[in-house]
Design a protein around this ligand. Structure first.
Ligand code: AMP
Length: 576
């Protein structure tokens, strides 16, 4: 696979997806047929029909013992025909546990390929809107790798890519596609890297055509850092010297070279823009040639759309890639689609993909191939990878929204099994997102905006009730957040009003669910929550605020920071 991609490659891939998927499965089975794991089911065969008949659909706990044996030093062929050279670790923010997955160079190559395809598509859509070839200010982060007991590298998927030769020698590097030099991306201290990303982005402000990060959360974090550091950043630009606390030598040297020398005029502009009372549109004011924001805003990240709109004066937000530690999945071929309409076209050359219809979970015979999914239907992805996952349930629920050539496109609907429940009701991630959308509309009438949320089903007292933790920030920088009691109580009500009929009946008629509570937490709480997850092995690049909390340790991080509490003052109407 080459990392230099052309548009016609995508056309060929998506036109021939059936054949490519069959070839991928054949290749995987031939490679892995004699592993301890697969031999039990296939007895060395690489036949597709036998695979479909004999290989069970599994979840992480089923394959964990095999994965751990390899991590502990047993040979790769316990699960994988190819040599396992490293492990990638999920952030643990979507399923609650940190899973590890065996991979080798091919996984990293796939990730590089996905990013190359995505960058090809965005440049095609945005190149005519800029005068000269511009750069992206990309908030990308690295982390130190750790080791498995057998001494193999263990890291997030992005770290594995950044540490590889694929990143070092990527084709787009010769165009200097980012405002930051690689040393900033590779710096393992994320505080130093966010500062340097900002410094490089500000000093090349006229060249910035896009502002990007992996997930939306990382962009909001960067704006928070800008609010903290803008005076120091502009003083660095004024003097032409990088602050001394940037102790990462490679980073300091590379950023100093980009600064070039003193630039008092630019420093004046930055100070003028950042000292405005309101930070509305700060992105377009500081980077006037920016034409788009690029980060994932589907799924859990949808909560950050209003805040990104506020900071960017509603620049188009392009949500380009969909992947996980288990496998890369797809790319958005229509970058200008609205966040709520974003769909990802699966890349058929990455893994073998099957789909379990959501309503038929008990009947494994209903599993279909990638090219056989039906428009409008909901599925859970089942992945067979090159590195030892066979018919593995990913846990994401997707809906088919269309086809690009012959390849299906999917909307990310939700993580499976993420529900709030204090009684017999099951409030899904989708219900929560719907509720949050209407509650944040109510919040717009106040001077505050939401910078993070998560929720929890509190059953410590009877009746149990839902608790939403909200972090708020004043719209105008120097203002203090006002906790407008009336507005926040209305927000509680707006959430409850969006939940389903059973929730409303249990809450309003039977009284077996208590009034929903919003606990406002101190500013910076969601950063502490992120640091907590990172300390457990996650990475900033992959971090997603967990939508629901289910561990007491995580809850303790939040409970310590609660500064105000509000309850719904009336019961939601019953759906008749
Ligand atoms: P991790 O293995 O920690 O990188 O987490 C992977 C999970 O993040 C996926 O299974 C999805 O639940 C979520 N995810 C990744 N990309 C997207 C996306 N584009 N939209 C929504 N959710 C995503």
């Amino acid at each position: 696979m080459s990392l230099s991609v052309e548009h016609k490659d995508l056309e060929v891939l998506t036109t021939n997806s059936k054949q490519i998927q069959d070839d991928v499965l054949k290749e995987i089975l031939t490679l892995n047929a004699n592993t301890e794991y697969l031999k039990r089911f296939l007895d060395g065969s690489s036949d597709k029909e036998l695979f479909k008949k004999n290989v069970p659909v599994v979840s992480y706990n089923d394959v964990k013992p095999y994965i751990e044996r390899v991590a502990n030093g047993e040979p790769s062929d316990v699960i994988s025909g190819g040599t396992i050279t490293r492990f990638v670790q999920s952030t643990g923010t979507s399923g609650g546990i940190h899973k590890i997955f065996p991979v080798n160079d091919k996984y990293i190559e796939n990730l590089g390929y996905l990013l190359a395809v995505s960058s090809l598509i965005t440049s095609k859509h945005f190149s005519d809107k800029v005068d000269e070839k511009g750069k992206k200010m990309a908030f990308l982060y690295n982390r130190l790798e750790s080791k498995t007991p057998s001494g193999l590298a263990l890291s997030s998927s992005f770290t594995s890519y950044f540490m590889s030769d694929y990143f070092k020698n990527r084709p787009s590097k010769c165009n200097s596609e980012y405002t930051s030099p690689d040393q900033v991306i590779l710096c393992p201290d994320n505080n130093q890297s966010v500062y340097c990303h900002l410094l490089c982005g500000l000093s090349q402000r006229e060249k910035v055509v896009g502002v990007s990060a992996t997930f939306a959360h990382a962009l909001i974090k960067a704006i928070n850092a800008l609010q903290i550091y803008w005076k120091e950043l502009s003083s660095n630009i004024r003097s032409g010297h990088v602050s001394e606390w940037i102790t990462d030598v490679g980073c300091n040297k590379a950023v100093s070279a980009i600064l070039g020398g003193p630039d008092p005029e630019l420093a004046d502009v930055i100070e003028q823009e950042c000292s405005h009372k309101s930070w509305e549109g700060i992105i377009t004011r500081l980077w006037p040639k920016a034409k788009f924001i690029e980060c994932i805003v589907t799924g859990q990240m949808a909560q950050y759309i209003p805040t990104l709109d506020f900071y960017s004066n509603k620049l188009p937000i392009v949500s380009m890639v969909y992947g996980s530690s288990e496998s890369i999945f797809g790319v958005n071929v229509d970058p200008l689609s609205k966040p709520q309409d974003v769909s990802y076209t699966f890349l058929p050359n990455i893994s073998y993909f099957e789909f379990l219809p959501v309503d038929h979970e008990e009947d494994m015979n209903t599993i279909v191939d990638l090219v056989d999914v039906k428009l409008g239907c909901y599925y859970e992805t089942v992945v067979t990878s090159y590195f030892g996952l066979h018919r593995y349930l990913v846990g994401d629920i997707l809906q088919v929204t269309g086809f690009y050539n012959n390849t299906p496109q999917f909307r990310f609907v939700r993580r499976k099994n993420i529900v709030l429940s204090v009684n017999s009701e099951a409030t899904t991630e989708q219900d929560i997102l719907k509720g949050m959308a209407s509650a944040t509309l109510v919040l717009e009438s106040s001077n505050s905006m939401l910078t993070g949320f998560t929720c929890y089903a509190d059953i410590s007292s009877f009746p149990g009730h839902y608790v939403f933790y909200w972090e708020l920030k004043a719209k105008d920088v120097d203002d203090v957040v006002e906790h407008d009691e009336k507005v926040l109580e209305e927000c509680c009500y707006a959430l409850e009003e969006s939940f389903d009929a059973l929730y409303k009946r249990l809450r309003s008629k039977e009284g077996s669910i208590g009034a929903l509570e919003i606990k406002v937490v101190q500013q910076g709480t969601f950063d502490s929550l992120m640091e907590y997850f990172i300390s457990k092995g996650g990475s900033v690049a992959q971090y997603k605020t967990p939508m629901c909390i289910n561990s007491s340790e995580t809850l303790a991080v939040l409970e310590d920071k609660v500064i105000a509490r509000f309850y719904s003052q009336k019961s939601p109407p019953l759906n008749l």
